[in-house]
Design a protein around this ligand. Structure first.
Ligand SMILES: [Zn+2]
Length: 345
């Protein structure tokens, strides 16, 4: 209020005035609670220069900048004139901490008597839009019908300019997760039985045989291409071939050799992968067949079977299960042979 009474310009207004009116926004002299809070919580306003509070991760698709512990910050004391004295800053920090503590106590008191709903997805549940981690909210302010929910406020920020609101009731999410988990257990049993059956064994053997044959053919083609290359070279050396035809043939051989090498590399890799994926040692099968299907959820179950959960609008839930990359080749083979399997049965 004092700042408003003094008509003190905000940072935005100062930047506008300093730039001689070249910036887009004129700025306002109306101070918001957020602007004041920024001054009261940032040590730079006490005259100390502080850097190294966060670091960049080059391979982060969401461009998050994780915090660095306060003990590791780089601080240059009294590098510029202070807005607030260090004593006042420290006093304000203590008061703000007290306020947070009091608020937590009030929330805790309000929650007394309400059934405590466990969060089974700590650290594995994220917003599918902004990528931020989502926490459970047991506060009645967020949930009008007093049900715990997971939600991302999704305020527009410089990193995610599109505002969004993602939320789902905990009970609904639990039902979806349990259903999908049980489905994975059901599929694991189904695939195991199929792999043991004569139809499954025949299908896997045929698939591997075709892949090996294709690999063998590629290798043979590569060998004959080398022989052909020698022949072309000899013909050119004996002057049976003119230079243009020789170069044209060589370019053609080089291109074919390149595509064959790529095919061999791809087939070899696939052979290694499917060899493991179509056997009982498939890591996804091992996980979902070594434990009984859960009847109820708990944190141990979710963390041992799920890698990541992403929430999107309209209650869309995407679940990445552990070792999921080993599930897909097995599912593809099983589904591509379903008609054949059903006629045999
Ligand atoms: Zn979000």
């Amino acid at each position: 209020m004092r700042l408003r009474e003094l008509d003190a310009p905000t940072q935005e207004r100062i930047e506008y005035l300093r730039s001689g009116g070249r910036t887009c926004h004129e700025g306002t002299s109306l101070w918001s609670a957020a602007s004041v809070r920024q001054i009261l919580t940032n040590r730079i306003y006490t005259g100390d220069f502080v850097c190294g509070k966060r670091y960049n991760r080059l391979c982060d698709p969401y461009n998050r900048r994780p915090s660095i512990p306060e003990e590791e910050w780089v601080i240059i004391p009294d590098s510029h004139p202070a807005y607030i004295s260090k004593e006042d800053f420290s006093r304000i920090q203590d008061r703000m901490k007290d306020n947070v503590k009091k608020r937590r106590e009030i929330i805790k008191k309000n929650q007394e008597g309400r059934p405590f709903e466990e969060n089974y997805y700590k650290r594995i549940i994220f917003c599918g839009v902004c990528g931020n981690r989502i926490h459970i909210c047991r506060d009645s302010v967020a949930s009008k019908d007093k049900c715990a929910l997971y939600h991302c406020q999704g305020y527009a920020t410089s990193r995610h300019p599109v505002p969004h609101r993602i939320s789902i009731h905990k009970k609904l999410l639990d039902v979806i997760v349990l259903d999908q988990l049980q489905n994975q257990f059901h599929l694991a049993r189904q695939f195991t039985d199929w792999l043991k059956s004569s139809a499954g064994k025949h299908c896997v053997a045929t698939y591997l045989h075709n892949l090996e044959s294709s690999l063998e053919n590629c290798r043979r083609d590569l060998e004959s291409l080398s022989l052909h290359r020698t022949q072309i070279f000899e013909s050119y050396a004996d002057a049976l071939l003119d230079k243009d035809s020789y170069l044209q043939e060589m370019n053609h051989i080089r291109d074919k050799k390149h595509s064959l090498s790529l095919q061999i590399e791809k087939d070899t890799k696939e052979l290694e992968t499917v060899g493991k994926a179509f056997s009982p040692s498939n890591p996804w099968l091992v996980i979902f067949t070594s434990t009984p299907s859960p009847v109820l959820l708990n944190e141990k179950v979710t963390h041992s079977l799920i890698d990541r959960i992403e929430l999107a609008e309209s209650w869309q839930v995407t679940i990445n299960f552990k070792e999921e990359k080993w599930f897909l080749p097995l599912q593809n083979l099983y589904e591509s042979n379903l008609p054949q399997t059903s006629t045999e049965l």
